[in-house]
Design a protein around this ligand. Structure first.
Ligand code: FES
Length: 168
């Protein structure tokens, strides 16, 4: 059972666009157990609209032929699914041991100061959201940051300054 935030409504119906619909159908052939489609379907939702809404949960449950509560449990268990809209650039800073020891906090402190947001918040203009996450699996090149899914390794504050200036 998750203790994460409740799902919220987007206020509009959800359906996969043509590209995600084709991908869903392709994946459906791969999984004899339909419930195994939940994880990749949640990725498809997030890829399409950036976050997981109540409406998208209901839609995917219906497409899979399972209970919405089942999809909800999965969506709220894994921290990589966003249960609310995120910034245009969603910055994830790894906070696990290697990154912790090699300076992730300086990066978080810099971002907090520069963007005016703390982990879990979105900047007022909607451009940036910041999150601290568990190990991103690239411990050999810590500290590691992900921006919209793209990895940035061996990060330093100076590298981040340069990187931020490229994000419009
Ligand atoms: S500890 Fe940061 S990527 Fe593994």
């Amino acid at each position: 059972m998750s203790n994460r935030a409740e799902l919220i409504e987007s206020g509009k119906p959800f359906a996969f666009d043509a590209e995600r619909d084709a991908e869903f159908e392709r994946l459906a052939k791969r999984y004899p157990n339909r419930d195994s489609l939940i994880l990749p379907s949640l990725w498809l939702i997030q890829d399409q609209q950036g976050w997981i809404s109540v409406e998208s949960i209901a839609y995917v449950a219906d497409r899979i032929g399972t209970f919405a509560s089942q999809v909800y449990e999965v969506a709220t268990f894994y921290t990589m699914y966003h249960l609310r809209p995120m910034g245009k650039y969603h910055i994830c800073v790894c906070r696990t041991l290697s990154c912790y020891l090699l300076g992730k906090q300086q990066i978080v402190d810099y971002l907090q100061q520069e963007l005016g947001i703390r982990p879990g918040q979105i900047s007022e203009d909607g451009r940036f959201s910041l999150e601290e996450v568990e190990c991103l699996g690239h411990c050999g090149s810590a500290p590691v940051v992900q921006i919209n899914g793209e990895f940035h390794e061996n990060m330093t504050v100076d590298k981040f300054k340069e990187l931020l200036s490229t994000l419009k």
